[in-house]
Design a protein around this ligand. Structure first.
Ligand SMILES: [Mn+2]
Length: 318
C-alpha cells in the first residue's frame, strides 16, 4: 500500500479503531494517539485499543485517557482497523480473536519481522519508528499536523530511538523531528518524561532486578530476572520493567542483555537487547521477533528451565 492510497480507503468508513501492542512502548502509544487525533480531525469516530495498561508516565500525551483495554465491536457497524507497531496479530493478545469482526485491517509497522497480516500493509523497515510512517501519512494526505499530534509523534520517535541515540536514527528521523519542534514541541518536557523521571516503584523494582544480575563473560551475555509476584509487591505493572534489559546490555564488554519476566501463568516474557548480534533471530527460535538489536519472545515452562534454554540458544547462536 502507498501513503496516497489511504485517503480513498478512509472515505468508506466512519468508524475507525486503532490497535497497538501489549506492553506498549512510547512508539505504540504516541503513534496511536497521533493517528487517532488526525482521523478525529477528519470527522471520524475513533476508538483506541491496547490489551494492556498504559504506563502513567505517558499521561502527558494528549488523549492518553482514550485508550481502552476491551474491544467489544457493535456487529452491525462497518469497521476499519489500523494495527500500529505490531509485527503480528498475536501482539494484540486477547483482542486478536475479535479482529474477525473488523471489515478491513490496515497494518502499519516498521518491524523487520512483520508478517504483513493486514488487508493493506504499510511496512517500512527503514523507519526508526512507526510514528515516522504516521508522519508521512499525515503529510502525503495533507492532513493537519497540529501541536498535539506533533507532540505524540515526537515522543514516539524519541522513544524508539532512545532519544535519537540508537542506530536506527537517520537523517530523515532528524528532519521529521525538526519539523515537529517547529510545530511547538518542547523536547525537554519529552526527554524528562520519557527518560529522566522515575517513579519510586520503578526504582525499587530496578533495585530488585539488579540484584539478580548474572554475567557470562566468555559469551558476553548478561541477564536479570523478575517474578510477577515481585512486581505485584510494589503495586506496579509489568510495563514499568521497560528499559531494565538495557542495564545488562550496556555493561562494558557485554554484547547481549536479557531480561526474564516470569509470569504467574507459567510463561516467561524474554526481552533481548544487543550491541552487535541479531537477537531477533534468537527470539524467532522461540516464536518471537523484533528488530536485530531489540527483540523478545514468550517461553512456557519452569522459570529456571526457561532461563537455561534461552541462554543455551544465545550461546549457540553467537
Ligand atoms: Mn516501534
Amino acid at each position: 500500500m502507498k501513503e496516497q492510497d489511504l485517503f480513498p480507503l478512509l472515505e468508506g468508513y466512519n468508524n475507525i479503531s486503532i490497535f497497538t501492542h501489549v506492553r506498549p512502548d512510547g512508539d505504540a502509544i504516541g503513534s496511536s494517539l497521533a493517528w487517532a487525533k488526525a482521523l478525529i480531525m477528519l470527522g471520524k469516530n475513533v476508538e483506541i485499543y491496547c490489551p494492556d495498561v498504559i504506563p502513567e508516565r505517558y499521561s502527558f500525551l494528549p488523549g492518553y485517557e482514550r485508550f481502552q483495554d476491551q474491544f467489544l465491536p457493535h456487529k452491525k457497524e462497518k469497521l476499519l482497523a489500523f494495527v500500529l507497531d505490531c509485527s503480528d496479530l498475536a501482539r494484540l493478545e486477547y483482542m486478536e480473536s475479535q479482529m474477525s469482526q473488523v471489515e478491513k485491517i490496515v497494518n502499519i509497522d516498521h518491524h523487520i519481522t512483520n508478517e504483513c497480516f493486514g488487508d493493506h500493509n504499510l511496512v517500512k523497515t527503514s523507519a526508526a519508528a512507526t510514528a515516522e510512517i504516521i508522519f508521512q501519512l499525515i503529510q502525503e494526505n495533507n492532513l493537519e499536523l497540529d501541536q498535539e499530534i506533533s507532540l505524540s509523534l515526537y515522543a514516539a520517535i524519541s522513544s524508539d530511538t532512545g532519544s535519537f541515540r540508537y542506530k536506527n536514527t537517520t537523517p530523515q528521523t532528524m528532519r521529521i523531528a525538526a519539523l515537529l519542534l517547529e510545530n511547538g514541541v518542547n523536547p525537554y518536557l519529552v526527554s524528562e518524561k520519557l527518560f529522566d523521571e522515575l517513579s519510586l516503584n520503578k526504582l525499587l523494582l530496578l533495585r530488585e532486578a539488579l540484584y539478580t544480575l548474572k554475567v557470562d563473560e566468555k559469551h558476553q551475555v548478561a541477564w536479570m530476572s523478575m517474578k510477577e509476584s515481585t512486581v505485584r509487591k510494589y503495586n506496579a505493572s509489568p510495563a514499568e520493567l521497560e528499559g531494565f534489559v538495557n542495564y545488562a546490555k550496556n555493561i562494558k564488554n557485554m554484547d547481549i542483555g536479557v531480561f526474564f519476566y516470569h509470569g504467574n501463568d507459567g510463561e516467561t516474557k524474554v526481552g533481548l537487547r544487543s550491541k552487535n548480534s541479531d537477537v531477533a533471530r534468537m527470539a524467532s527460535y522461540f516464536g518471537g521477533g523484533g528488530h536485530p538489536l531489540a527483540a523478545g519472545c514468550t517461553v512456557k515452562g519452569r522459570a529456571g528451565q526457561v532461563e537455561k534454554k534461552v541462554l543455551k540458544i544465545i550461546r549457540e547462536a553467537l
